[in-house]
Design a protein around this ligand. Structure first.
Ligand code: ZN
Length: 175
């Protein structure tokens, strides 16, 4: 029997989690669904949670409180922008999420905060920026990453056939 692997860099970790805010309101969860698999040590989950899980074995269950700076960052007022309403070819609505394309490719989500007659206020902060995150996590799996996963910089699925090269161009990776 090999020794049970512990959570460490370049390992693929599978988790079940429930994320709540300070008020106990559930923000996200995968309980009863697909486990979340990530490549440890590569900044794929919020730093506060990644740090808390280091060195833990399969079956470990814990509650982790992550302050904004270790989560999705503090709320940055510089990321709130006001633009002319005439720039929109549609009627933006408060609460709507818009994708702004970046010159270097990819896109960033902006939440519409306020719509006035002449202007529209957008917030480019992560929706969870400034929030303290409360995670309830259970470690479902710990294994060494494959060479391919390390090369790609992310975990591949533990079920099915994985993905072929044709359906997995590097341009399509989610980050
Ligand atoms: Zn890949």
């Amino acid at each position: 029997m090999a020794e049970q692997p512990l959570i460490a860099p370049d390992h693929v970790i599978s988790l079940e989690y429930v994320l709540t805010d300070d008020a106990g309101v559930e923000l996200d969860s995968n309980q009863g669904g697909e486990p979340l698999s990530y490549l440890h040590g590569h900044g794929q989950i919020v730093p506060g949670l990644e740090h808390a899980l280091a060195g833990k074995p399969v079956g470990h269950q814990t509650r982790v409180t992550v302050p904004p700076a270790e989560g999705y960052g503090v709320h940055d007022p510089d990321r709130i922008v006001t633009v002319g309403r005439s720039r929109f070819e549609f009627e933006p609505e408060a609460g709507q999420v818009l994708e702004a394309s970046l010159p270097q490719g990819g896109s960033v989500p902006f939440i519409v905060v306020e719509v006035n007659q002449e202007t529209v206020t957008l917030d480019g902060n992560h929706p969870l920026a400034g929030k303290t995150l409360h995670f309830e996590v259970k470690v479902l799996g710990v294994r060494q990453a494959t060479a391919e996963e390390l090369e790609h910089g992310h975990a591949h699925g533990d079920h099915g056939n994985g993905h072929g090269d044709d359906e997995h161009g590097h341009g399509q990776h989610h980050h």
